[in-house]
Design a protein around this ligand. Structure first.
Ligand code: ZN
Length: 81
């Protein structure tokens, strides 16, 4: 298989949306092609990152409310708890 074809198939490959035969060909190619393997690794990393993101970011207003609720006796800069 050609690199171009592999790169087209990689997203499906990562989603496991593949037949065993196709997967075997992609694996074989990844085993001997550094470029495609690098692409595969960065794609899986990206997928993992997206899956590990919190469902929603903490709103700035909430952070502000927490800061205001804290006792104001901490020295500026902080030095850990
Ligand atoms: Zn390749």
């Amino acid at each position: 298989m050609r690199c171009r074809k592999i790169l087209e198939l990689l997203p499906k490959f990562i989603e496991n949306d593949f037949s065993t035969e196709e997967a075997a060909s992609v694996w074989a190619h990844l085993g001997e092609c550094d470029a495609c393997r690098g692409e595969y690794e960065s794609m899986t990393r990206l997928v993992e990152t997206l899956e590990n993101l919190p469902p929603m970011a903490v709103p700035a207003s909430f952070k502000e409310a927490v800061m205001r609720a804290l006792p104001p006796k901490k020295p500026a800069g902080g030095g850990g708890a």
